[in-house]
Design a protein around this ligand. Sequence first.
Ligand SMILES: C[S@@+](CC[C@H](N)C(=O)[O-])C[C@H]1O[C@@H](n2cnc3c(N)ncnc32)[C@H](O)[C@@H]1O
Length: 148
Amino acid sequence: MFTPRPIGFVSSPYTDKAAIPKGLGARHEAEDVLKILPEFEVGLTNIEGFSHLMVLWVFDRSGGFDLIGKPPADDRPHGVFATRSPRRPNPIGLTVVELLRREGESLHVLGVDMLDGTPILDIKPYLSSIPLEKLRRGWLAEAEARNE
Ligand SMILES: C[S@@+](CC[C@H](N)C(=O)[O-])C[C@H]1O[C@@H](n2cnc3c(N)ncnc32)[C@H](O)[C@@H]1O
């Protein structure tokens, strides 16, 4: 194993978890900034060409975990690995953001669902080769259908 260290921090208006949209149909449309630490800036070289990025980060204000829980999108219980719950054995978050522009160490993005100051572990370009017709959305599709 290894000891993770932040490559940067999220700058978002969210200081309170309750202010972050969640549940069915939640949209995160505010422009926020991923501030990368100066020693890692060279690692952003040529990132501008990608429309979307995968951001790996730490749920640093969440403690403990539940193997079964009820997500905001459903009233039925599901296993933690079938949800995006912050309460997980390894508190790692994964968010896909749209890259608007880069200004030096700052990546201006849409789609942030992290609290202000959240540590960023890694960033990778979003590449998906899975055809839409092959994707299954499990219990979430059922919850969405019940809410239509
Ligand atoms: C449902 S999780 C999904 C996060 C990510 N998209 C994922 O799938 O891993 C998003 C929620 O995590 C919580 N959250 C955001 N930043 C956090 C942080 N730094 N520490 C603990 N909880 C956080 C907020 O309640 C937010 O609405």
